[in-house]
Design a protein around this ligand. Structure first.
Ligand code: HEM
Ligand code: HEM
Length: 182
């Protein structure tokens, strides 16, 4: 098979099935985290991690595991390069890089805050994650505040990312959106 044929088929398929599955699973889990995070009751000293707070920690534990899997998969499986102009290539690399950074930082800060409250974070309710911040630590408390602010930054990045996907689909009318669809 000629090399240009190989490139064409790789471009047409874009991301592999696992990468697509993990991308959309993360979208689902993050949407849930925003809804729960913004509707759960205010947290004070002595608040019990029940109800919606327990859901936020439970979905969060799954999200952390899926994000780790996603990053490992991405580092070991490069997608075929998109046919973008140099300008859009740089902008998309920066946005994707920032999205990955926020995907790691926001959950880590939430986890640290949970640890500093003495709350355990368990994967699927059974596998406990280690505590990453001492109980009662003021740094852990501050990380909870930063978690809330950075969630807004993540929200803005996602809005920009969705706008870009729609711009590709409806203005540039190229195949970019298709690369992440089944
Ligand atoms: C990208 C994923 C996540 C998003 C979008 C998110 C979003 C939010 C939001 C919007 C709040 C409310 C902030 C406020 O009202 O000031 C919050 C609070 C909180 N989240 Fe998350 N969260 C995520 C992941 C996690 C994870 C993985 C954990 C822990 C395992 C976690 C633990 C917490 C805790 C403990 C609070 C209370 C912080 C405080 O009030 O001091 N979050 N989160
Ligand atoms: C929680 C929300 C989302 C997050 C955190 C997110 C994150 C990401 C990241 C990090 C990448 C880069 C993949 C890589 O090269 O490793 C990506 C790619 C992509 N995302 Fe999202 N995404 C979200 C929602 C969406 C939505 C709602 C759409 C569609 C409207 C979408 C469409 C795409 C497309 C088409 C690509 C491939 C871009 C390309 O080929 O260069 N994403 N996403």
């Amino acid at each position: 098979m000629r090399s240009d044929q190989v490139n064409f088929s790789r471009y047409a398929s874009g991301y592999d099935g696992v990468a697509k599955f993990l991308h959309w699973l993360v979208v689902l889990l993050i949407a849930a985290q925003f809804v729960i995070g913004w509707t759960m009751p205010g947290i004070h000293k002595g608040t019990r991690p029940d109800g919606l707070i327990a859901w936020h920690l439970g979905v969060g534990a799954t999200l952390i595991a899926v994000v780790v899997l996603r990053i490992v998969w991405r580092l070991t499986h490069s997608p075929a390069p998109a046919s973008l102009s140099p300008f859009f290539r740089v902008v998309s690399h920066i946005t994707h890089g920032l999205l990955y950074l926020a995907l790691v930082a926001v959950p880590l800060l939430g986890w640290a805050n949970a640890s500093s409250r003495g709350w355990s974070v368990k994967l699927l309710g059974v596998l406990p994650y280690p505590s990453i911040s001492p109980v009662g630590s003021s740094a852990g408390h501050a990380m909870g505040d930063i978690h809330g602010y950075l969630a807004w930054v993540l929200f803005a990045l996602i809005a920009l990312h969705i706008a870009a996907a729609l711009f590709h689909r409806f203005v540039l009318k190229d195949e970019t959106l298709q690369r992440m669809l089944p």
